[in-house]
Design a binder for this molecule. Structure first.
Ligand code: ADP
Length: 529
């Protein structure tokens, strides 16, 4: 027959069970420790108790829970809270403090109970001492027995586990917060996807990149949000999603065009870190999203550059070579007129080549950010007249007029660069008015420190929708003229860069079929427009 369990042991069991339940119900650590100390004091028929924990090595222990002791009395127990006590307690199982009896007496007189006996046990998990549990009894009670110590040890163990768990949880929480901060502040867009491709986390950089608030993204699948396509418009997310198949590398990568809610077209490059279940299905993925629009543009510019250079350079070279080899044929006799016409073509084509090469060099200088100006007072009227004199013989279909007031103040500008601007504008005026007409070059002083120059023609004109674009690099209006005239789409880009480097502006006014007028402003004295 089993011996009946004593009432005392039953209560002890019940208390420990309640503490264990409280531990699983995610109680706050202080509440849990308060429960432990309350039940420990009760079961040991004691008067008071406290649980103090070590937070950092070299610091006194902190009281986390107390029972039967007012807060004001705690400073009486500071000698019990010295860190070395805990170590002493763990190593030798005993400790002593010289004036403890005196302190207990003071506490007793305040509490109205004669506290005389103290028992202390360390809270240890594994090798790590985390704190101490103290229980005080009055002098009228019997002394602490070995059994009492055992009982207290059971409570100390519970408290130690609770502290250990709470600290682990805190550490996890801190690490999660740390990770969240890293993700949130990452310069790349980051999103975390669950096994159904649904966005669980999206960071600030991603919000900015996609122009969407994260609340719009969370819970949606990444394909609903990204809707990536190839530059030609074919869908990427459906059919070519790298998460759908087990790719060869650990970091699947995909690129595609995304259109933001406000209509911007951006190129995205996405690298995934994937966590898969043993059957290969997706469990979770972290996506690093980069805006690679600039890189793509640079690639496009590079390939446009190569095709333009090869086309634009090859054409004049072929013409020059053709004329030169024809003219030097030994079996032919050329009259003076044919000879001179042939040489004129060679000269014109060489000029074109020279112009193109200068434009390309200047464009690469601008690109490299090393466009340096040598400004000086510049007489725009005489420069305009000189250029017109050079251009006039190139076109007998056009009439040139210079309309510059005699008192136009000199610009503060780089002579060679401004010459390039005017020369590019005059070349275009001729090129894009194939029926001929008048080309006017003029200027006026505006405000105190600015001069405005213009080149006007009576040619095909520029559609209003293209006013901004024609100043972009390699941009040519897509019309019949651009298909039949030579050009690299660099002239106006250079004009804009040069004018802006001087602190000026460039713009166009035009009506289709009525000609175009290009204006640009320059400063008149040192210090910018
Ligand atoms: P390119 O003349 O080599 O094509 P530009 O940068 O000088 O390059 O000019 C860009 C585009 O702007 C041209 O292709 C043309 O379509 C348009 N454009 C420039 N100047 C004129 C003009 N005076 N009249 C009409 N269209 C022009």
């Amino acid at each position: 027959m089993l011996a009946p369990i004593s009432d005392y042991r039953l209560r002890q069991r019940e208390y420990l069970l309640r503490i264990a339940q409280a531990m699983t119900s995610r109680l706050d650590l202080s509440d849990l420790l308060r429960l432990v100390i309350e039940k420990a004091v009760e079961i040991l028929n004691a008067e008071a108790g406290l649980i103090a924990l070590r937070e950092e090595d070299d610091f006194p222990l902190q009281v986390y829970a107390r029972y039967g002791l007012d807060k004001e009395l705690l400073n009486l127990f500071t000698p019990l809270l010295v860190g070395e006590f805990l170590d002493q307690l763990v190593q030798s199982g005993s400790w002593a403090t010289p004036d403890l009896t005196h302190r207990l007496r003071v506490a007793s007189s305040v509490l109205g109970v004669r506290l005389r006996q103290v028992v202390a046990l360390p809270l240890v998990v594994g090798e790590e001492p985390m704190g101490v549990i103290y229980v005080f009894r009055s002098s009228s009670s019997p002394g602490f027995s070995g059994n009492d110590r055992q009982v207290l040890a059971a409570f100390a163990d519970q408290a130690a586990i609770a502290v250990h768990n709470a600290r682990l949880y805190q550490r996890l929480l801190a690490e999660k917060r740390h990770l969240d901060t890293i993700i949130e502040n990452s310069a790349d867009g980051v999103m975390i996807l669950d096994g159904q491709w649904r966005i669980q986390t999206a960071n600030r950089a991603l919000e900015q990149m996609l122009g969407r608030h994260r609340s719009e993204m969370l819970g949606q699948t990444c394909s609903e949000i990204l809707q990536l396509t190839t530059p030609q418009g074919a869908p990427v997310c459906t059919g070519s999603c790298p998460l759908e198949e087990l790719g060869p590398g650990p970091h699947p990568y995909v690129e595609g065009v995304h259109v933001t809610p406000d209509g911007r077209r951006i190129h995205l490059g996405i690298t995934y870190s994937v966590l898969r279940s043993p059957d290969g299905s997706l469990r979770e993925a972290i996506a690093n999203v980069r805006d690679i629009t600039r890189m793509k543009e640079a690639e496009e510019v590079k390939s446009t550059f190569v095709s333009i250079v090869s086309h634009e350079l090859k054409t004049p070279v072929a013409i020059i070579k053709g004329y030169a080899s024809t003219l030097r044929r030994e079996d032919a006799q050329w009259d003076h007129q044919t000879l001179s016409k042939g040489l004129m073509v060679i000269e014109d084509e060489s000029d074109r080549l020279d112009n193109l090469i200068s434009n390309l060099l200047e464009a690469s200088r601008i690109q490299a950010g090393v466009l340096t100006l040598n400004p000086a007072p510049l007489d725009l009227a005489s420069l305009a007249r000189k250029l017109v004199a050079e251009f006039r013989p190139q076109s007998d279909q056009h009439t040139f007029e210079v309309e510059i007031p005699a008192d136009l103040p000199p610009a503060w500008a780089d002579y060679e660069r401004v010459r390039m601007v005017l020369s590019n504008l005059l070349t275009n005026a001729i090129k894009y008015s194939p029926q001929g007409g008048t080309i006017r070059i003029g200027g006026w002083a505006e405000q105190e420190r600015v001069v405005v120059m213009y080149v006007a023609d009576e040619g095909i004109g520029v559609p209003e929708a293209e006013f901004e674009h024609i100043f972009e690099r390699f941009y040519r209006v897509d019309n019949r003229m651009s298909r039949t005239t030579a050009g690299a789409g660099l002239g106006l880009y250079l004009c804009k860069a040069i004018v802006e480097a001087h602190g000026g502006e460039i713009w166009v006014k035009s009506q289709i079929g009525q000609g175009a007028t290009f204006f640009f402003s320059l400063p008149t004295r040192e210090g910018g427009a």
